[in-house]
Design a protein around this ligand. Structure first.
Ligand code: 13P
Length: 243
């Protein structure tokens, strides 16, 4: 089996104006020109995609969107299509992030349609799954994630067009993480449901202190990083841990 190259993906969420986005992009690009052994991906807000893409230049750091519409174009005020992301320089798009599943009411069917839209535009879809605190405490974490995978993944998934991100909702932005055994257990369960060379990222309060331990787990192929990805020192420490 080919080695799954580690991926550290940065989700800036709704953070960054032009000046700080460009500065952060340049900082990441400069660090990425130093030796490192994982792939890097930056997902800024839509308004910054082109500028951050320019700041990343030829550093090898990929650019991604944080969400996309299902349609390529048309009457959808505020919508950003996968084709528009591609045109802005993206190679990836995050779909089904818990902040969209929960705050915007996105269903598995929506996530599936967005994944197909990403593929239509030639983008890699990073499909997010994860249970809430209540679901974990009720012993339902695995069945929830398995149902999300079943509902969200189209049949044509392969290692070139899909990355899975396991992000327990209760670990996002809270400083809390599951135990290493729980992360390993969930990633092993996800592995049984997807093609063997598809990467599975862990996300939720990844920071320089816990990154090495999380990234050493067998089926963890990288990280989807929120808050720490806005701090270049922290991001670089996580990147080194991934190597
Ligand atoms: P934090 O790293 O801030 O917990 O966010 C994780 C996340 O939601 C990445 O998509």
């Amino acid at each position: 089996m080919a080695e799954r190259k580690r991926l550290v993906a940065c989700n800036w969420k709704m953070n960054g104006l032009r000046a700080d986005g460009v500065a952060l992009g340049r900082d990441i690009a400069a660090r990425a020109r130093e030796p490192h052994r994982c792939e890097l991906l930056v997902c800024p807000p839509a308004t910054l995609l082109v500028l951050v893409g320019e700041a990343l230049g030829d550093s090898g750091v990929a650019l991604g969107g944080q969400d996309c519409h299902t349609e390529p174009k048309g009457a959808c005020t505020g919508g950003v299509s996968a084709e528009m992301l591609k045109d802005a320089g993206c190679s990836h798009v995050i779909v089904g992030h818990s902040e969209r599943r929960h705050a915007c009411g996105e269903t598995d069917a929506d996530v599936r349609a967005k994944t197909l839209a990403a593929w239509r535009a030639g983008l890699v879809a990073i499909v997010c799954v994860g249970e809430t605190r209540v679901e974990r405490e009720a012993g339902l974490a695995k069945s929830v994630v398995e149902a999300q995978l079943t509902g969200s993944l189209p049949d044509a998934a392969n290692p070139e067009n899909l990355v899975i991100a396991y992000e327990p909702v209760w670990a996002i932005g809270t400083g809390l993480t599951p135990t290493m055994a729980d992360i390993a257990d969930m990633h092993a369960a996800i592995r049984t449901r997807i093609p063997s060379e598809t990467r599975i990222l862990y996300g939720g309060s990844v920071n320089p202190k816990n990154a090495a331990e999380i990234l050493a787990l067998e089926e963890v192929d990288g990280a989807l990083v929120g808050g720490a990805s806005l701090k270049p020192e922290d991001l670089w420490a996580i990147t080194q841990a991934a190597g």
